[in-house]
Ligand binder design. Structure first.
Ligand SMILES: Nc1ncnc2c1ncn2[C@@H]1O[C@H](COP(=O)(O)OP(=O)(O)OP(=O)(O)O)[C@@H](O)[C@H]1O
Length: 330
């Protein structure tokens, strides 16, 4: 079915394509992880691949980096190169797969510096900005999760590549360090570098030119963050009372501090939700609230899949009803 082309997609089409993945599938044993991934990244774009734990973001990145072979589908980088052929123009940070724990941080940097044809001396500055310099002479096995992420990122960003594939570069980092990593990535992006990173942290949405949500083995939505936010069903905030899940879209509510958030179902309104709340003596407020990136993440992770499953169940039921009616008519 032809889909409407958004403004962003039109702009992306006008730019050179750096990464083009079509119908990529990958499974392990009997379990399918990726079931038909379509993804295009334009030159100079910072695209964030988002999705919940275990959805297959790292597996996809591994396929795009040429470290894992997909079971089906095609991946083209730059002008028709396979991921393996494009290695000299690509820099990759795959979580837990890069660092040799028996080497110090510095030795790891030297090892990868010798390995990649486009390695530079920028590692000193990057390690400094990531506050890793003082730990560079410790064995990497002693590193905390956050320190390991910083070393992987330093190794990847030291390379003067055209395309960076970064697996959760902000995972396990504190807020100040996430800001530093965002600044670094925006600088690279500003210099025309193409970045594809994975994340399940809504905070990372704010630096993305586009976000692609992965769910049930496919990319289910891709657009600018602002466009995705605009397309969300109305977001509702409840304060002062327990709202029943059934009052919201897909029967899902999300607790945030002392408030409950959910999405307005088409057949309901704020008054109906208010009427369904057992408020006791509390003053209850039910109001629409501008969506946040956390709302966006919750929608594509928890609400949309339930809606899709409900639509599929309804379609199956009506097909069965039609078939039964046809049998009765005979
Ligand atoms: N080598 C492997 N053998 C078997 N299963 C694997 C292998 N690698 C990944 N998987 C499975 O593939 C699925 C997707 O894993 P993946 O690491 O890509 O998820 P993710 O989206 O990156 O999750 P997270 O956000 O937690 O990092 C998981 O169920 C995982 O157990």
């Amino acid at each position: 079915m032809p889909t409407e082309t958004t403004e962003t997609e039109t702009v992306a089409q006008a730019q050179k394509t750096v990464l083009d993945a079509r119908d990529v599938a990958k499974g392990f044993g009997d379990g399918a992880v990726l079931e038909g991934i379509d993804l295009r990244v334009a030159e100079g774009e910072l695209l964030t691949l988002m999705g919940p734990n275990g959805v297959g973001k790292s597996v996809l990145l591994s396929c795009l980096a040429g470290s894992t072979d997909p079971d089906a589908g095609t991946i083209e980088l730059f002008d028709g190169l396979s991921p393996t052929e494009a290695r000299s123009e690509t820099s990759v940070a795959l979580q837990g797969e890069t660092i040799d724990p028996d080497l110090t941080g510095r030795e790891n940097l030297q090892f990868y510096g010798d390995l990649h044809p486009r390695a530079t001396d920028d590692w000193r500055e990057i390690a400094d900005r990531l506050e890793l310099t003082d730990d560079l002479d410790r064995p990497a096995r002693e590193y905390s999760g956050g320190m390991a992420r910083k070393l992987e990122l330093t190794i990847a960003l030291t390379v003067d590549a055209k395309l960076y594939l970064l697996d959760e570069p902000t995972a396990e980092l504190d807020l100040a360090m996430i800001q530093t990593v965002h600044d670094l990535l925006l600088e690279y992006s500003g210099d025309g570098k193409t970045i594809l990173m994975t994340s399940h942290a809504p905070l990372d949405a704010q630096i993305a030119d586009r976000i692609a949500f992965v769910q049930q083995g496919r990319v289910v939505a891709t657009d600018r963050p602002s466009a995705l936010l605009e397309d969300l069903p109305p977001t509702v905030r409840v304060r002062g009372g327990m709202a029943p899940e059934s009052a919201f879209l897909a029967d899902r509510v999300f607790q945030r501090g002392d408030e409950i958030r959910g999405f307005l179902a088409p057949e309901t309104d704020l008054e109906t939700i208010e009427g369904a709340i057992d408020s006791g003596r509390n003053r209850v407020t039910v109001e629409r609230d501008p969506p946040s990136y956390t709302d966006l993440f919750n929608y594509y992770t928890y609400v949309q899949p339930t809606r899709d499953a409900e639509t599929m169940a309804t379609d199956t039921e009506s097909t069965r009803d039609r078939r039964d009616a046809t049998v009765t008519d005979r």
